[in-house]
Design a protein. Structure first.
Length: 160
């Protein structure tokens, strides 16, 4: 399955659209209007929260974001690798370790779970807003969308 994740051009709280190859909405990403931690929700089309994402309150050298499931259990910690020559990220989650093989803001990154490829993330070059395409198994898609949102949050946070 392939989806496109695009940050909305005008949004209170930083919402994003997630569509399939035909432009049909697949998930909704809603940003909280006032949130120091850039809290966002990945929802199905009926507005049921599948995952929530938020940054760590204070980030010094290592920037972190947390992913919670629908029952508000922390299921993943996403962190940047601060002294890496390329923008790299590591995800510790209940299913093991997930890494993005390739720079997040290069044109292509393979997504690996415990060393096995589970998806491919492509960055689409745009000037105005962040845009990505994500190709992965349909069962992994909601969680991987949440990870992309978490990493995008970290990148936005490190720019400040």
């Amino acid at each position: 399955m392939k989806v496109f994740i695009k940050n909305k051009l005008v949004s209170i709280g930083g919402s994003s659209s997630v569509t399939d190859e035909n432009g049909t909405d697949v998930f909704k990403v809603k940003g909280k209007a006032v949130s120091v931690t850039r809290k966002k929700y990945v929802c199905d089309l009926e507005d049921k929260v599948l995952f929530s994402v938020r940054n760590r309150w204070i980030n010094l050298i290592v920037h972190k974001a947390f992913v919670y499931d629908a029952d508000k259990r922390k299921i993943a910690i996403v962190k940047n690798k601060p002294f890496s020559l390329k923008r790299a990220f590591k995800v510790d989650c209940v299913d093991g370790e997930i890494t993005f093989d390739g720079e997040f803001f290069s044109l292509s990154s393979r997504i690996l779970r415990n060393g096995s490829e589970i998806g491919v993330l492509l960055r689409n070059l745009t000037i105005v807003r962040d845009s990505f395409s994500l190709d992965a198994d349909e069962k992994d898609m909601p969680f991987l969308v949440a990870l992309v949102i978490a990493i995008d949050n970290i990148v936005d946070n490190t720019k400040k």
